[in-house]
Design a protein around this ligand. Structure first.
Ligand SMILES: [Zn+2]
Length: 238
């Protein structure tokens, strides 16, 4: 089990941690600032600074398949794994430039959910683009959506997360926007992400703290993926 510091504070760029074990091509730490790929959002990259000196590059982060609750920090192909051993102290650093782009795009996808009131059946958030698939048949307009996003960004809405009980979630089924990503169950509580006055939905991802932090985003493409799916692709304005 890895303590996931990013769930409470997405602005943490580094943390002290201890190596638990080396497994599945990566390193498991007792705590981390690395977001593991999930909920459509790409995993973090970065490096581990060794207490004894030196560093090891991390190319991605995933949820461990073999150890539920553990975050796997994937080593670069040329990384020297022999530098690491269980019990060792490290400082985990994320590539903040990349992560902040994930955060800006992730918050934008939630704004898009407010502009397009249809169920989501797919989502991908990377540092270079984000895309959201809506289950709908009506056409969407690129310029109208871009203008809608610009307005919500300029309005500077506060973004915050909180935890609600599963019972509270069950009493409000309308909260679940996504057909493909159901909130994790069995923990007794579910993390919800609120963009004040705009959107509220279960989400485990990392977000900006105010929509103004998103900056200039544009809808670069709208595709008809199938009879029942409209795909909206987002990019940062140059
Ligand atoms: Zn989300």
């Amino acid at each position: 089990m890895t303590e996931e510091l990013f769930r409470e504070d997405a602005t943490l760029r580094e943390c002290g941690a201890r190596v638990v074990e080396l497994a599945e091509g990566g390193v498991i730490l007792d705590r981390t600032v690395f977001y593991p790929q999930g909920g459509g959002q790409a995993g973090d990259a970065g490096w581990l600074e060794l207490g004894v000196g030196g560093r090891v590059a991390i190319v991605d982060a995933r949820k461990s398949k073999e150890r539920p609750g553990a975050v796997l920090h994937l080593l670069a192909l040329d990384a020297d794994a022999s530098l690491l051993s269980p019990g060792m102290s490290v400082t985990a650093h994320i590539d903040w430039t990349r992560r902040h782009r994930h955060m800006r795009f992730h918050s934008t996808t939630h704004l898009l959910c407010a502009l397009v009131p249809h169920p989501v059946d797919g989502c991908s958030i990377t540092a270079d683009y984000a895309r959201l698939d809506f289950h709908m048949t009506e056409p969407l307009d690129k310029e109208v959506l871009t203008a809608g996003l610009a307005r919500l960004v300029a309005e500077a809405h506060t973004v915050r997360h909180r935890w609600i009980s599963e019972a509270e979630l069950d009493a409000n089924p309308g909260l679940v926007r996504s057909m493909s990503v159901q909130p994790p169950r069995g923990l007794g509580r579910v993390r919800v992400l609120e963009i004040e006055g705009v959107d509220l939905q279960p989400c485990g991802g990392t977000h900006v703290s105010n929509t103004a932090e998103i900056g200039a985003v544009v809808v670069t493409k709208i595709e008809k993926k199938s009879a029942m799916t409209r795909r909206v692709v987002l990019g940062f304005a140059a």
